[in-house]
Ligand binder design. Sequence first.
Ligand code: HEC
Ligand code: HEC
Length: 89
Amino acid sequence: MAFQKRDLLFVSLIVVVLGIFIAISGEEKTTRVPYDDLHKKFYPIIKEDGKKAGEKFCGECHNPDGVPFAADHPPKFRCLFCHKLEEGK
Ligand code: HEC
Ligand code: HEC
């Protein structure tokens, strides 16, 4: 039985779907904003006034003189698009 063009298309479709799946689940794994003494107080602000209102405070500590970022940290505007809150808090 010959390997048909149709089979190749089917295989590529699986590869694409798997790729998207892995990309999405990878994003979900980004560290969440810890629910600790330092970050707890931002939870209500973020919930009531939105992400943008909460993010204003992050840079007070997360800067080169405070808690520096890893050299390979992605572009950092809008922290909360990537760093979600802990669930159920
Ligand atoms: C485009 C997505 C994205 C944005 C925006 C973003 N981060 Fe990150 N951050 C990551 C990823 C990915 C990592 C490394 C993997 C991990 O820890 O989940 C990371 C890691 C971190 C870490 C762990 C220490 C480190 O540097 O490895 C801290 C703290 C952090 N980010 C804080 C912030 C703050 C504060 C902001 C906003 C000023 C921000 N991040 C914006 C994606 C993002
Ligand atoms: C009062 C100082 C301070 C402020 C403000 C602050 N952080 Fe942090 N953050 C820290 C310190 C210190 C750590 C490292 C110790 C720890 O994990 O609590 C940290 C760690 C983190 C981590 C990594 C946790 C981990 O498991 O590695 C993330 C993500 C993070 N902060 C996000 C944020 C975001 C988003 C904001 C703004 C809403 C913010 N932080 C505001 C001090 C602060």
